[in-house]
Design a protein around this ligand. Structure first.
Ligand SMILES: *Cc1c(COP(=O)(O)O)cnc(C)c1O
Length: 377
């Protein structure tokens, strides 16, 4: 039984909807399926506006444009994240200021943020790792007192919440990813969530090559013109059709993932109780979305041996991220504020186990058994 690390989500309805998109003779951006997806997300999260984008990276770029980030500005973010969180701001000329993470959730340590604020700081970009919310009350309070904007990297956070508030809707802007590795996918894609309606018009213009074509499509202007700088951030309606099939079954997909997550948790708890591994921590105020199941080994060496052991059993497990502050671009465009107590150390011992929509209970049990076998050998 060979088990891949990830299998992109597929429900069966995708082909029907993609065929419909083609038959609509509307395969460019902002067609009927794009509208359906945006409205679904708006209804589900309560955000003022959702704009579907070509990726979460591009949603974050839009947020950086809306925050008017420029040369010399600083953005505070964790070093333990995917490159996009930093890229979107660095592309506008900003410096990435990395802050250490909390070892329990792998999220930015909210208690260390305020000390990293300077007169150049413009944005805090928390990352909700594994769909587990950052300590948003503290982060929003710091932002308010220092007049900063908050851009949530909620790439992994759809269907998850903090104190009952959907991730991605708490800060000024929130960014979802629909990459094939995420809970819901359109191959490549994402969404920008806009909390305050005042930013909608500008966001639509940046997303449509700097034009007011969105207004034109709604019949609000009789011709569209070049209004501002911008780029092309809208996905094809065929991709949106693929995504819509999954949003319709969002509860079922999340439920299946949650079942597998809970099975891992139960079966691996004995190893955690013996102190052999550590399991993820979900704070009381967070509802997660079973985006990821990870364990922590003793150290990097043990992790490498476990990966090899699982590979021999045809189970593919992976780790990420190489901390950004130690990467070539991180050295060039960023700096670490304070001490790296946990970022490097914890990233070296985290291992992700397979978790995807069609993973079965039997496969999950087999994987957990093999992890146990490794520690019992
Ligand atoms: C997946 C991911 C991204 C990037 O998403 P894309 O849609 O591929 O651009 C950004 N940040 C985090 C934390 C991610 O997991």
């Amino acid at each position: 039984m060979r088990i891949n690390f990830n299998v992109p989500p597929f429900t069966g309805r995708e082909f029907d909807y993609m065929r419909e998109a083609v038959e609509n003779e509307k395969i460019c951006g902002d067609g009927p399926f794009t509208r359906k997806c945006s409205e679904w997300i708006e209804e589900k999260t309560g955000t003022a506006k959702c704009l579907l984008t070509t990726s979460c990276t591009h949603a974050t770029e839009l947020a950086a444009l809306l925050a008017d980030i420029g040369e010399g500005d600083e953005v505070i973010l964790p070093s333990y994240t995917f490159v996009s969180t930093a890229d979107a701001f660095v592309l506008r000329g900003a410096t990435a200021v990395f802050v250490d993470i909390r070892p329990d959730t792998m999220n930015i340590d909210e208690k260390l943020i305020e000390d990293a604020v300077t007169e150049r700081t413009r944005v805090i970009a928390p990352v909700h790792y594994a769909g587990v919310g950052c300590e948003m009350d503290t982060i929003m309070d710091i932002a308010k007192r220092h007049n900063l904007m908050v851009v949530e990297d909620a790439a992994q956070g759809i269907m998850a919440s903090y104190k009952g508030r959907p991730l991605g809707t708490i800060g000024d802007f929130g960014c979802f990813s629909f990459h094939e590795t995420k809970n819901f996918s359109m191959g490549e894609g994402g969404a920008l969530l806009i909390r305050d309606a005042a930013y909608i018009e500008k966001a639509e213009i940046y997303r449509e090559k700097g034009t007011d074509r969105s207004k034109y499509y709604r019949g609000q202007v009789d011709k569209y013109r070049w209004q501002e700088y911008g780029s092309s951030y809208l996905p094809s309606d065929m991709n949106a059709a693929y995504l819509y099939a999954q949003l319709e079954l969002a509860d079922e997909i999340t439920g299946a993932r949650m079942d597998r997550w809970n099975e891992y948790w139960e079966m691996l708890t004995p190893l955690a109780q013996e102190g052999r591994i550590e399991l993820p921590h979900i704070p009381q105020e967070c509802t997660h979305n079973a985006h990821m199941f990870y364990i922590k080994t003793k150290d990097m060496e043990e992790r490498s041996r476990l990966i090899d052991f699982l590979k021999k059993k045809e189970i593919l497990s992976v780790f990420h991220y190489v901390p950004l502050h130690s990467a070539p671009a991180g050295l060039k465009y960023g700096r670490f504020h304070g001490e790296d107590r946990y970022t490097t150390k914890e990233s070296e011992r985290l291992l992700r186990l397979p978790l995807f929509y069609k993973l079965t209970a039997e496969q999950t049990e087999y994987i957990a058994d093999q992890v146990k076998a490794f520690y019992r050998q």
